[in-house]
Ligand binder design. Sequence first.
Ligand code: 3PG
Length: 307
Amino acid sequence: MKILVATEKPFAPVAIEQMKEVTDKAGATLELLEKYTTRHALLKAVADADALIIRSDKVDAEVLDAAKNLKIVVRAGAGYDNVDLEAATARGVSVQNTPGQNSNAVAELVFGMAVMMARNCYNGTSGSELRGKGLGIHAFGQVGRNVARIARGFEMNTSALDPYCPDDVMLDAGVTPVHTVEDLYKNNRYVSLHIPATAETRGSVGYDLVTLMPKGGVLINTARKEVIDEQGLIKALLERPDLKYAADVAPDHAVEMKELFGDRVFFTPKKMGAQTAEANINAGIAAARQAIEFLRDGNDRFRVNKK
Ligand code: 3PG
């Protein structure tokens, strides 16, 4: 059994060591393709793999066709918008994710960014505090719930919008349920985005929502750049000099936005939310276990594509 770990953005070495322990124990071979820069390298490495473990690496029909023995792709992480699910289903390949394994890391980064924006990117000027401010969580999944937990320590007033999550779950977490997206943006100084990138959500956060935010509004995006309507956001930031935007992964118009808005915007150079040793270990081990359990017993518990 060959399990290929193909990661343009590698896991921490300590995570790889622990993943290897899992695969060694199961008598499988763990092969690494890290920091690859050409598609050809991926197509070649995947040719004889039974399982493929990835992060945000793109897996489409071409990759699946090159992988003649492939039975499973595990996205070590939450979002699987980088995998062509239909192509995988058509080829009988299971696609799984590892929900929850990296969510604390992403949630901590939300607060790293929130404090940084509140303190004007540490430029020496007088900023503000998070305590007592409204925090709107846009989608209450695993990351959103961790954000709510940490927000309690900051004494923020937290509310959330998620049509797929019952109000009870939010109330139990000390979070006020909100039922319209407009209310979420209108009533919160901070909004943290956690919606997945889907056909429905792409470009869904732009001028109309951002300009609803109260004075000093800060939008934090540790989800996907695709959910933002960048032109709409730029227009909002131009019209409202009080608004700020921080994102984990640069928008397409990053250079232009940095020039226009300076310390009112911040972008990580690479997606860093899940880039911690702990998240790498948790998601990597879960991915290795899921690959083995699927190859050995057909365990499909975390499958995200149709059969
Ligand atoms: C996820 O969807 O799990 C996060 O966005 C992390 O992505 P990464 O593994 O590419 O850092």
